[in-house]
Every structure is written in structure tokens, then in C-alpha cells.
Ligand binder design. Structure first.
Ligand code: PGA
Ligand code: ZN
Length: 441
């Protein structure tokens, strides 16, 4: 007999920023804690907050009550291994496109806890269970997966933070390293650690304190302009004795998060270093960064609404540049299709709480891979030590993961889970490669 979902419990706990979030436990086995963004896209699934005075309005007691009341009433007794059916039922029960009625944090909490319960009940590692769901293929032999078919995702590791994650400073959000030349996952982490140490030493030598931002990256006052951030990290790579660049040891990546310094009324981008830029000038500026620094991946170089400028950027960017959509695509299969049609992006950030259910996040990975577009599984800036997305990245074969810096336990929980998977499976490290994808020249 197929095991069923039994009691569903929820609890308001606090995330890495000290903000309330929803933790759901399916009593028999699975627990999942929902993350939260700060630089959110306006088309994301909608989390539910209580308002009022508690936690500055950010309490989640209503979402918790929705899980234990209406949602539990609808899902208790469902087969535990029918993830797609459960997620469709949750969506129907909510009845809105963006899950605002029950709250995407309530819905994803249950979806994620059910995923973990199903893996536990089946006696499979979570990544193997995800691989089976992601492939949507009963014939996938999960026992073989452990040796042959999986890879450990290439990490994209934050070193310098700005924007909404650092309370100001440089307006671009993350400058990251991608250990493109590392032979395996543990070595990739070691190399990134060396670079991070070199950057830290430089910050201290410049007379600043190496304090960290929401995702564990540094945000020293010496970094005033985007170029300062790129130079600091590039020099950190070289200073640690590595070769910076796409064909070298570690390359740079950037999350511009341009939606958050874009004024939609004037259509202008304010980088804080001169007059605000029109979309065409912002395209030029981002292209200049790519030309000048060893950057292999650019996320959100333009705002979530600026489709035409995205397409122009992609047209003019080098063919082998990864152009990654976060706020633009919000883990939404339809927005991904639109981006592929228009040639706006060749990679998609995958954040389960933007999607609202596990099934929808898996669908985005599957659709991206089928279209020759890179999925990059990502954490949020507000996280807990829940490491589910590490297994999600392995199980979907996404090939890349972005979970912040090598600091703060909510970040390390994911890196450490991947170390354990690497150890258990001997899976190779996925190679970094920008896909040609539709629309490329
Ligand atoms: P967020 O940022 O979790 O604050 O939205 C992460 C990102 O932009 O990639
Ligand atoms: Zn982003």
C-alpha cells in the first residue's frame, strides 16, 4: 500500500536575517523550511505575511494556520509519492495564479515537506528521489544514478556583496567566482576559499573591517563602483596564485540585480556613479564589464520588465557568455518560454519559493535543459540550514548552484550537503558551459 500523508504541522521559526518563516513537518518523516528573498521579482509567487506589529509585519502565523487548517484538511490521506498530484491540488485549493490566498510560503512548505517525506519513505537519498521525479521516468534506475548519471553542480560562490543584501554600497548585488578549472567539487570549494581569504586580507590591509552581508560576501567601503568589486575579486584570484578566466582556474560571475536600481517610470538605471543610464547605455555598461573582466555569467543585467533591452544585450554579448534570468524569469515556465522565444537569456535561476511548488521548479529545470538553456539552482538571501536545494540541484542535473559565500551556516549547510553527496557517489563536478541555446548567433 502506498504510504499516505499523515498529520501536517507548521511552525513559525526565524531565518538567517532573523525574519519569521514557515517550517512544515509531515509527521511521519519530512521537514522543510521556506526561504525568503530581499531582492524579489514582482512576478514571484506571493508569500503571506501577517502585517500588524509583530516582527514589523513580517510574522507568518496566518500561513502557519493555513497549513495546519485548510491545507492539512485537503492533503492528509493523499499518497505520499504523488508529488505532481499534491502540488496540483495545492494550486487548485489556493485558486490564485501567484498563491497569494493561502500564501506561497504555506504552499511551498507543504510541497517541500512532502518531497522529503516521500524520499524518506522510499528509502532513497533525496537527490535520487528528485532525479526520478525530474526525469518523470519510472524506468530511471535510482540505484545506478548513484554511480553514473549524476554530477555535482558547479558552484557559483559569492565573494563581494552589494545592493539590497549589503544595505547600500555598490549597487550591483553579487560578484562571485566560478571555479571553472577545478577537477572536482571539494577542490572547487578549496580554491574559492583561497580567493575569499585573499580578498579578506586585502580588505584588512586597506584598513577596513571584513564584515559580511546577508549572503556572507564582503562589502567594504573601498568598493564604491562595480569596477572596484570586479577588480577586488579578480585580484583575489590572481593573489591566491590562480589563473583568472574562462579557460583558467576561476572566472568571475555577477548578479547585477538591475531591477533594484531601475526606475520604471523614467526607464533609467542608477548605478550611483553619474547620470542614470537609459536601457541602451545600461546594455553598453554591462558589455564593458564583460569585455574588461574575466566574467563568464551575467545575471539580471537589466530590469525584470525590460525585455527589449535583454534581447539587445544577448544579441551583442559574446556567444559564450551565460546570460542568466532571475527577476526576469522568476522560475516561471511561461516566462522562460518567452525568454527563449525572444533570445533574451540562455540560463534560468531556479528558486523553489519563486515557483511556489516543487513540481513547478522541476518543470522549469526540465524545460530549460530540453531547450539547451542552463538551469542554476539558487538559494535566497533569507535562508535556514535546510539543504533541500543541494539535492534538487544534483537530482535535476541542473549543473550549477548558487547559494552565497563560504560563510554563515545557512550557506555552508548547502555546500556541506554537496560534499556529502560527492563523497557518497564519486559523481564528477559538472563542467561550466554556456549553452548556445535558441536565438544565439
Ligand atoms: P534574493 O536574492 O534572495 O534577495 O532575492 C538572490 C538573488 O537575487 O539571486
Ligand atoms: Zn539574482
Amino acid at each position: 500500500m502506498t504510504p499516505e500523508i499523515d498529520a501536517v504541522r507548521a511552525l513559525e521559526v526565524l531565518d538567517s536575517r532573523g525574519d519569521p518563516t514557515v517550517r512544515v513537518t509531515v509527521e511521519s518523516a519530512g521537514r522543510f523550511t521556506v526561504p525568503a528573498g530581499a531582492s524579489t521579482g514582482s512576478h514571484e509567487a506571493s508569500e503571506r505575511r501577517d502585517g500588524g506589529d509583530r516582527y514589523g509585519g513580517r510574522g507568518v502565523r496566518e500561513a502557519v494556520a493555513a497549513v495546519e487548517g485548510e491545507i492539512a484538511g485537503a492533503v492528509v490521506g493523499r499518497a505520499v509519492d504523488d508529488q505532481a498530484g499534491l502540488d496540483a491540488a495545492l494550486r487548485d485549493l489556493d485558486g490564485t495564479d501567484d498563491l497569494r490566498r493561502l500564501g506561497a510560503n504555506a504552499v511551498l512548505g507543504v510541497s517541500g515537506a512532502a518531497l522529503r517525506t516521500a524520499a524518506r519513505v522510499a528509502g532513497r537519498p533525496l537527490y535520487a528521489h528528485v532525479a526520478r521525479l525530474a526525469g518523470d521516468d519510472e524506468s530511471v534506475n535510482v540505484n545506478d544514478l548513484a554511480r553514473t548519471d549524476i554530477s555535482v553542480p558547479m558552484p557559483m560562490i559569492n565573494v563581494v556583496s552589494g545592493g539590497l543584501h549589503a544595505g547600500g554600497g555598490v549597487p550591483i548585488q553579487d560578484v562571485l567566482v566560478v571555479p571553472v578549472g577545478a577537477p572536482d567539487y571539494p577542490t572547487a570549494l578549496e580554491w574559492a576559499w583561497e580567493v575569499r581569504r585573499a580578498v579578506r586580507e586585502r580588505i584588512v590591509a586597506d584598513g577596513h573591517r571584513p564584515l559580511v552581508a546577508d549572503e556572507g560576501g564582503f562589502s567594504p567601503p573601498s568598493v564604491e563602483r562595480p569596477a572596484d568589486a570586479f577588480e577586488l575579486v579578480r585580484d583575489g584570484i590572481a593573489g591566491a596564485g590562480f589563473d583568472p578566466g574562462a579557460g583558467g582556474d576561476l572566472a568571475l560571475a555577477v548578479d547585477v540585480a538591475a531591477t533594484h536600481f531601475h526606475d520604471p517610470e523614467r526607464g533609467a538605471y542608477d548605478l550611483g556613479d553619474g547620470d542614470p543610464l537609459a536601457p541602451e547605455a545600461m546594455v553598453e555598461r554591462a558589455l564593458e564589464w564583460v569585455e574588461r573582466y574575466p566574467i563568464v555569467s551575467v545575471e539580471d543585467p537589466l530590469a525584470e520588465s525590460d525585455w527589449a533591452a535583454w534581447a539587445r544585450f544577448r544579441e551583442r554579448a559574446p556567444d559564450d557568455l551565460q546570460v542568466l534570468g532571475d527577476d526576469l524569469l522568476v522560475t516561471d515556465p511561461e516566462r522562460l518560454d518567452r525568454a527563449l522565444d525572444r533570445g533574451a537569456a540562455n540560463a534560468v535561476l531556479v528558486k523553489p519559493n519563486q515557483a511556489g511548488t516543487v513540481t513547478r521548479a522541476l518543470a522549469v529545470c526540465r524545460r530549460a535543459l530540453a531547450a539547451g538553456c542552463n538551469p542554476v539552482v539558487s538559494a535566497r538571501s533569507g535562508e535556514t540550514c535546510d539543504a533541500t536545494i543541494a539535492d534538487l540541484a544534483v537530482g535535476t542535473g541542473a549543473g550549477q548552484i548558487k547559494v552565497g559565500s563560504l560563510a554563515r551556516s545557512e550557506r555552508l549547510a548547502k555546500y556541506n550537503r554537496l560534499l556529502a553527496i560527492d563523497d557518497a557517489t564519486d559523481a564528477p563536478l559538472a563542467r561550466f558551459e554556456a549553452p548556445p541555446g535558441p536565438g544565439s548567433r
